[in-house]
Design a protein around this ligand. Structure first.
Ligand SMILES: [Zn+2]
Length: 288
């Protein structure tokens, strides 16, 4: 298992997007339940060409983009911008005292978790666990933090793999989620708010990718920086989490609960780079 710990001071601008245009086409096709051959026909290409495009993310010449984007209810101009290399701007998260993005990888499947803390008290909150305890423990020890809260965005394995190890490290930790079957005291209730020093954490239900999907809003950072939203796999920079069974619900919740936030809200997704509401409104092809 390899381990990638983000440097303490900088956001790694080299982090690639989670999805290419081929992934976006496949997610939309599966979400809408449209057979691949209909998508190929709409794009005036062969099914083999479509399969290759979905796999590698770059079409050969001659694709009729207007046909594909209309059938799949995707924004054509935004897809073309992605093909031309659009990426979210390089957000300097050192402005958010104190926010860390921690990416762990189990050999091909990278996932982000996020750590925030209050400067004065050292009280800390973790959002998802990623694959391993090690980098989280390193931060906690380096910064002398007391991990008080663990907020889960959803119950997919890559997001909670280190849960047992973290609970062992911090037995007093309070858990929060909408995971079915979790003990009542760990379940989020409407209107719940949590304080981590000066930081305030609230939540919004964002089911679709996962039934128990939650987005956490955090404000109260020093220096009056914008609020941040920990979105799990609801939305990614330039894409969204797969939602084969609940595609319409997923898109509706992203629109209502995430893209309705102030444009400068920093979006911290479970995979791929950090982005903002304004950038996703302008560039995410799932939303017109
Ligand atoms: Zn997931």
């Amino acid at each position: 298992m390899s381990l990638d710990i983000k440097p303490l001071s900088r956001y790694d601008s080299s982090m690639p997007l989670e999805d290419h245009v081929g992934d976006i086409i496949r997610k939309s096709r599966l979400g809408l339940g449209i057979p691949a051959n209909r998508v190929a026909t709409a794009g005036r290409i062969t099914p083999e060409h479509l399969a290759e495009f979905e796999e590698h993310g770059q079409p050969r010449d001659g694709v009729h983009f207007a046909g594909i984007s209309e059938l799949l209810t995707l924004d054509r101009a935004k897809m073309e911008a992605l093909l031309d290399g659009w990426e979210p701007s390089n957000h300097d998260i050192t402005r958010w005292h104190h926010l860390r993005q921690i990416e762990t990888d189990d050999g091909g499947m990278a996932v982000n978790c996020f750590l925030v803390w209050d400067h004065d008290s050292g009280a800390a909150g973790l959002f998802d666990t990623g694959w391993t305890l090690k980098p989280i423990q390193t931060y906690l020890e380096q910064q002398r933090l007391q991990l008080q809260h663990l907020f889960l965005t959803h119950s997919h394995h890559d997001h909670i793999a280190a849960l047992g190890a973290i609970r062992k490290l911090a037995p007093e930790l309070r858990l929060h989620s909408k995971i079915q079957g979790a003990p009542a005291e760990q379940r989020l209730n409407p209107g719940d708010e949590f304080e981590i020093g000066t930081l305030r954490v609230r939540f919004r239900g964002t089911p679709g990718h996962a039934e128990d999907g939650v987005t956490y809003l955090i404000d109260g950072f020093p220096n009056q920086v914008p609020a941040i939203a920990i979105v799990g796999d609801a939305i990614f920079a330039g894409s969204m989490g797969g939602a084969r069974a609940h595609f319409d619900l997923a898109r509706a919740k992203i629109r209502e609960e995430i893209l309705s936030l102030p444009g400068d809200t920093l979006l911290c997704p479970g995979h791929g780079p950090i982005t903002t509401v304004a950038e996703e409104v302008a560039h995410n092809p799932f939303f017109h």
